[in-house]
Design a protein around this ligand. Structure first.
Ligand SMILES: [Zn+2]
Length: 422
């Protein structure tokens, strides 16, 4: 029985040495199991025949060459002399295995299966190497002819590619410069955009203010339009109004002349107050002043000032003496009292107006003698009456004033017809 074990260095299966032939073989070749310590493993096999599964003849590779037996396939270790002791046999087997493992070119002791696999791998590598060798050989044969034309073409293509690269580099530079310009323009445009946005906001605010102002002005315009319409209505109404007839009314109250409700004159039986007489004189002065303005007459020698019951005439010659067209009934009896002179001056102005308006068709019932202070013609009871109070009776004074108001009434009708619309 062997105590020394030999294992395949690839699959670790036990190996057994054929004693008859002195070779190492796989335990798988033995029928009846793989146990190295079993009884069957110790039985020597018949020498001369190949084991089952082992190649029966030398291997024939794919390239057709005969595979010669070599040390990598089987290792011949010699024959064992008969009648050796068991310990000597074991020592010899161990030594043989060591020798096999240390042989140059034989790395490990292998079983038959692993050896077959290894040989197949080596065959495939050899076939591939031969194909590569043939390919390289054809390339060496065809290389110089094909490479010259192809080299020229490749060189030309290389030059073309280099030119293309240079052109693309220049184009890239141009694009970079264009990009920088565009970026600068974009920055400027953004700044302008921001400024325009601010201006737009300011314009919107201004627009709101202007719209508000426009609304206010529109309201004012509407109000003014209403006022204008009202004023135009009033103007039309006033133009349709006879301002002289509406303002002045001259009538008679018996022997007394009346203007705007104020009696002008007094009688022994009709003691009219001097306040009323003065007011009547103020109305008469206002009427004469309005008539003179209507015809555009500027009085000579006197300026008529209508001031109600305190109206007066101011002399335009000399020292500019003011002659009050009013009295309190206590005037002196002398010839040159101012009331008489004022009434004479009034007659002077009335005469100037009658002369001016007479050219335009004015006719008055009584002749005015301004210098003598007389009104009317003829003699006797129908003769002229003086407007003086000096050396005159109240009846004649009142009659003279009544004639004067009659003349003013004719003047009023004439002016109303001439200057006021129908
Ligand atoms: Zn093996």
């Amino acid at each position: 029985m062997f105590s020394t074990r030999f294992l395949c260095q690839h699959c670790q299966q036990p190996l057994k040495l054929r004693q008859s032939s002195g070779t190492v073989c796989s335990a798988q070749e033995e029928p009846g199991g793989t146990e190295a310590d079993s009884g069957s493993s110790t039985e020597p096999e018949a020498s001369g025949g190949p084991p089952a599964g082992a190649p029966s003849s030398p291997r024939e590779p794919t390239d057709g060459r005969m595979m010669q037996p070599s040390a990598a396939h089987f290792t011949l270790v010699g024959r064992f002399p008969s009648k050796k002791t068991l310990g000597h046999i074991q020592k010899t087997h161990a030594h043989i295995f060591d020798v096999i493992s240390d042989l140059e070119g034989v790395d490990r002791a292998l079983c038959t299966e692993c050896t077959d696999c290894l040989l197949e791998q080596l065959d495939r590598q050899l076939a591939q190497a031969q194909l590569d060798c043939q390919t390289y050989r054809r390339c060496l044969e065809l290389g110089p002819q094909g490479s010259e034309a192809e080299g020229a073409a490749l060189q030309s293509e290389l030059w073309g590619l280099m030119l293309e690269e240079a052109r693309l580099v220049r184009e890239l530079g141009n694009l970079d410069r264009s990009h920088a310009k565009v970026a600068a323009h974009l920055t400027i445009a953004q700044a302008e955009n921001a400024e325009l946005t601010q201006q737009d906001a300011q314009h919107v605010r201004d627009l709101r203010a202007l719209q508000w102002q426009q609304q206010e002005l529109s309201d004012q315009l509407s109000s003014l339009g209403n006022q204008l319409s009202y004023a135009q209505l009033q103007t039309r109404a006033l133009r349709a109004t006879d301002i002289f007839k509406a303002t002045f009314e001259i009538s008679e109250d018996g022997p007394l002349g009346v203007i705007n409700g104020f009696r002008l004159g007094r009688l022994p039986g009709v003691p009219v107050g001097w306040g009323e007489i003065n007011a009547a004189w103020g109305q008469a002065a206002l009427l004469l002043l309005a008539l003179s303005k209507a015809v555009g007459l500027q009085f000579q020698r006197y300026r008529l000032v209508a001031c109600g019951s305190r109206s007066y005439l101011k002399s335009l010659t000399g020292d500019g003496e003011e002659l009050p067209l009013a009295s309190e009934g206590r005037d002196n009896v002398f010839l040159d009292n101012k009331f008489d002179r004022a009434m004479l001056a009034f007659l002077d102005c009335l005469q100037q107006f009658q002369q001016e308006a007479g050219r335009s068709g004015l006719r008055v019932p009584y002749t005015v003698h301004a210098q003598g202070g007389l009104l009317g013609d003829g003699v006797g009871p129908t003769g002229p009456y003086s407007v003086r109070t000096h050396l005159n009776t109240e009846e004649q004074w009142t009659a003279a004033l009544r004639r004067m108001l009659s003349n003013l009434k004719s003047c009023l009708a004439w002016a109303s017809q001439r200057y006021c619309p129908k």
